[in-house]
Ligand binder design. Structure first.
Ligand SMILES: Cc1cc2nc3c(=O)[nH]c(=O)nc-3n(C[C@H](O)[C@H](O)[C@H](O)COP(=O)(O)O)c2cc1C
Length: 361
């Protein structure tokens, strides 16, 4: 389904090369004044062509608000934003109808929808569908910021080049502010050159590369979330896996934590001016599905861009024979860079839903 959320529900519609894409956000509180420039800034961080590591495909990505907003203020009615599709080159997708791209959704979509799905530009499976998600997230994060909750992410790795990780007990406002506006967000900015060189090397060899994104939520009140099947991990994972190319997620010390002893992985409590905190943050701000008040921290795995221009083997669905494909078109050699604001946005939609559930909004 392309709808998500119980309290504040988003429904994303459109196909990459159709007339347009967009989102309906239902359940938003009324009377929230929105800064439209901030929304456009978030959308431009995701849009192609704004960073030299991204695809040169230029899309304007300017949302048009059809309902739910008057004088830049939410009315309480469903907020609908539409983004027109421009700069389309559908001819690049001609032979994918019968030659599915390896690791893209061409084959599975074709079977699932009996060949009726719009395959042009990846159709409804395209990374472009994350533009309306960023719009929704940009709205939600403004509401959250007024409650003192900040969300920011950074490129934690590209291939095997790693950025520094968040210090889970001490994340400064300055760092959150800088990352939440960056187009190539890094904690240790000295990694940028190496990462960009690796991306460029992949582009030049007609290949692509994946990486990870680390996201932090700071200012989360203690006691939000639910146990078992509706915990904060469940809710965040559920929306994050809606982002194309996401293949994994880990919270706190995650898989590395499995190599530790309990005595090393446990986060001891202490009082800090009357507030319960933990001395370390291996739990990533979540215990039993419920927020501890420490920063929520998780990392997401993003696979290498499936569409690469080097020749690959595939099948011919018409003749039912083995075949080859050479993919044309403009594709990112690395999705990670543009996916950073998408992860932040999806997190904002998740957090606003979690807080609405326990009336902490
Ligand atoms: C921001 C963003 C941009 C993307 N751009 C491309 C692209 O240019 N070419 C491509 O083949 N896949 C791209 N993808 C990934 C595909 O949409 C995705 O791999 C495909 O739909 C299959 O889904 P899955 O990888 O989640 O299984 C992008 C994803 C995101 C989040």
């Amino acid at each position: 389904m392309s709808s998500w959320g119980n309290n504040i529900k988003i429904s994303i519609f459109g196909e990459s090369h159709g007339n347009g894409i967009g989102v309906v956000i239902d359940g938003l509180p009324s009377g929230e004044r929105l800064n439209l420039d901030e929304i456009y800034l978030q959308m431009s961080r995701r849009a192609p062509g704004n960073d030299k590591a991204a695809t040169p495909r230029l899309e304007k990505d300017m949302p048009e608000m059809l309902s739910g907003m008057l004088n830049d203020t939410t009315t309480g009615a469903p907020l609908c934003a539409v983004i027109k599709n421009t700069n389309i080159r559908s001819q690049d997708y001609g032979n994918m109808l019968k030659h599915p791209r390896p690791s893209h959704a061409d084959y599975t979509g074709y079977v699932r929808y009996n060949g009726f799905n719009d395959i042009r530009g990846g159709g409804h499976f395209s990374g472009r569908l994350t533009a309306p998600l960023v719009f929704a997230g940009a709205v939600c994060r403004q509401i959250l910021e007024k409650k003192g909750i900040k969300i920011a992410a950074h490129i934690s790795s590209i291939g095997n080049i790693e950025d520094e990780m968040f210090n889970g007990t001490d994340i400064s406002d300055e760092l959150m502010e800088r990352l939440s506006k960056a187009t190539f967000g890094l904690i240790d900015q000295s990694c940028e050159y190496k990462m960009r060189s690796l991306i460029e090397e992949c582009r030049m060899s007609q290949d692509s590369i994946g990486g990870t994104i680390e996201c932090a939520v700071v200012g989360m009140p203690v006691g939000a979330g639910s146990p078992m099947f509706n915990g904060i991990e469940n809710v965040i994972s559920s929306i994050i896996f809606g982002i194309p190319a996401v293949k994994g997620i880990e919270f706190g010390s995650g898989f590395e934590g499995t190599k530790l002893r309990g005595s090393q992985n446990n986060d001891e409590f202490y009082y800090d001016s009357g507030v319960v905190r933990t001395r370390t943050n291996n739990h990533g701000g979540i215990l039993g599905g419920i927020s501890s008040g420490m920063p929520i921290i998780f990392r997401t795995a993003i696979k290498p861009t499936p569409s690469i221009s080097m020749k690959q083997r595939t099948v011919d669905l018409d003749s039912k024979t083995n075949s080859e494909i050479e993919i044309q078109g403009r594709h990112d050699p690395c999705i990670v860079v543009r996916a950073v604001p998408v992860i932040e946005s999806a997190t904002a939609v998740a957090i606003i839903n979690i807080l609405s559930e326990v009336h902490k909004l």
